[in-house]
Design a protein around this ligand. Structure first.
Ligand code: HEC
Ligand code: HEC
Ligand code: HEC
Ligand code: HEC
Ligand code: HEC
Ligand code: HEC
Length: 337
């Protein structure tokens, strides 16, 4: 897919440039007096590998390789298609007029204003505004990482269990926070906060990593495996997945120490996830494949299942907000019979 685009640019660009230059001499877009059209396009399409590097990385990103952009109905397309996202941001609401025909997966245009002014400023992000999270209206404000939170946030489960609230009737095995709750995990909100022996505090990342997602997921890349526009955190190292630490080293100066922190956080959460899962299965609210069992459940049981899915689907193994994840799981385990 990406290779085709790259070839396409090389094949078509000279022609387009020619047409552009010719059309400028007739009645094309008003150019800046004294500025050569070649120079306009050449700001980005030049002999350097800048665009190619980003394309190479992006081609390996889940955004490019994933297969969910066919989810083009209006309520899904706002996160799953490029056009739906752009329309939503332009509208300034989280809604779009209708389904997106000819859906396109997330690409350069989703996050940058490609070919808007034909200037370097086109690389500005389509949005950097703080995000009011759907689940509870709390504000997520992590600089250039805000763009990610528009999509990587929970959808509001229906029904949503409330602490001390009434029983809830769960309609479908796919009930939960949807699959990308990373922003609420990082900001430490949106869980079903059962009172227990652990208090709900946040890890230092919530307080100190001011660029949020971008700081850790988009540092200088490791080929097209991790970092940069791959957005990936791990790369293959002698047959196992290792975390790409490029974005961590400002704060974690000792790489070996960091590996221990990562392993401990991951192992501790795994133990808690296994314990909680066993209880949720015994209580009849979860099946062994991590799907919720439809039916009427107490608010506590549904909330504990929601917490389990929250930490599981966050998938950061504790890196996003270890303390919040640990408290949600521990207090859920404690509260269940
Ligand atoms: C600010 C940087 C920038 C400038 C200036 C710019 N482009 Fe592009 N152009 C891009 C990017 C980024 C892409 C998309 C690459 C991708 O989708 O992988 C692109 C894609 C293209 C493509 C491939 C088809 C498409 O739309 O994706 C053509 C053709 C093209 N540009 C022509 C031009 C011409 C002609 C000019 C001058 C009038 C120009 N560009 C100016 C950044 C720029
Ligand atoms: C327009 C919505 C949207 C935006 C903006 C967005 N993402 Fe995504 N992201 C998605 C979707 C949808 C997927 C899953 C794609 C698929 O599998 O089809 C995804 C996948 C990913 C993955 C790959 C997960 C995996 O399974 O390997 C990572 C990592 C990621 N996003 C990080 C980010 C970061 C970091 C940002 C901000 C710089 C960001 N995303 C911005 C919607 C978005
Ligand atoms: C708020 C943004 C948002 C909305 C709205 C949304 N999704 Fe998603 N969805 C995501 C993100 C982000 C991911 C990827 C999460 C990750 O990789 O961690 C995802 C992942 C998925 C997946 C892949 C699950 C998996 O296990 O790999 C499917 C399927 C999916 N969504 C379907 C839908 C459908 C159907 C709708 C509409 C009814 C919808 N989504 C609405 C953000 C959204
Ligand atoms: C999911 C959102 C997303 C997508 C898709 C995306 N980018 Fe970016 N891009 C970002 C973010 C975030 C930054 C960092 C901005 C910052 O730190 O202010 C960035 C930075 C850049 C920069 C400036 C980086 C630098 O070295 O200063 C360029 C150039 C760029 N992107 C090009 C591209 C191209 C080309 C594509 C498509 C192949 C693309 N981007 C796709 C989010 C995205
Ligand atoms: C402190 C660094 C850090 C920050 C900040 C951060 N992440 Fe992560 N993220 C990680 C690590 C580490 C992993 C786990 C990698 C592994 O071991 O599988 C991860 C995992 C993920 C995954 C699962 C897929 C994958 O690549 O492993 C997604 C999706 C994701 N993060 C998205 C986000 C989003 C969106 C944000 C912002 C709301 C964010 N992250 C903020 C470090 C970070
Ligand atoms: C802005 C600074 C900063 C950055 C960037 C950062 N961390 Fe941290 N991290 C901290 C601090 C401070 C602690 C708390 C250390 C302690 O308690 O000893 C911490 C703790 C952790 C922990 C232990 C669990 C927890 O949250 O208490 C893990 C795991 C971790 N970091 C992983 C990462 C990874 C992986 C990256 C890069 C992808 C990263 N960190 C980037 C500052 C940072």
């Amino acid at each position: 897919m990406k290779r085709t685009t790259t070839h396409f640019i090389f094949a078509v660009l000279p022609m387009v440039l020619l047409v552009f230059v010719i059309s400028c001499t007739k009645q094309g877009p008003q150019g800046t007096p004294g500025v050569d059209a070649d120079a306009i396009c050449g700001t980005c399409h030049n002999v350097s590998s800048d665009i190619v590097a980003k394309q190479t990385q992006f081609g390996a990103s889940g955004h490019a390789t994933g297969s969910t952009f066919e989810r083009n109905s209006a309520d899904c397309a706002v996160c799953h298609t490029s056009q739906g996202f752009i329309e939503r941001i332009e509208n300034g609401t989280d809604e779009i007029a209708g389904d997106v025909s000819n859906p396109v997966h997330i690409n350069c245009r989703t996050c940058h204003n490609i070919h808007l002014d034909y200037e370097e400023s086109d690389y500005d992000l389509t949005t950097t505004a703080a995000v009011s999270l759907w689940i509870d209206g709390s504000i997520f404000d992590f600089g250039s990482g805000n763009i990610c939170a528009n999509c990587h946030q929970p959808r509001v489960p229906s029904p949503k269990p409330e602490i001390g609230g009434e029983d809830v009737t769960i309609p479908s095995p796919y009930w939960g926070l949807h699959h990308g709750p990373q922003s609420t995990m990082l900001s430490g909100t949106g869980g079903y906060e059962i009172a227990g022996s652990m208090s709900y505090t946040n890890s230092q990342h919530t307080n100190l990593v001011t660029e949020g997602c971008v700081k850790c997921h988009m540092p200088d890349p490791y080929g097209n495996q991790a970092g940069g526009h791959t957005f990936n955190m791990t790369y293959s190292y002698h047959g196992h997945d290792a975390v790409w630490q490029e974005g961590c080293t400002d704060c974690h100066t000792d790489g070996n120490e960091l590996e221990t922190l990562i392993a401990d956080a991951s192992d501790n959460l795994d133990v808690l996830l296994v314990d909680l899962k066993a209880k949720l299965i015994t209580e009849g609210v979860l099946d062994s494949t991590d799907h919720v069992i439809p039916g009427t459940h107490s608010s506590l049981l549904a909330g504990a299942a929601m917490n389990y899915l929250f930490v599981l689907e966050d998938r950061s193994k504790g890196a996003h907000n270890y303390k919040y994840a640990e408290a949600l799981l521990s207090n859920s385990i404690e509260a269940l019979p």
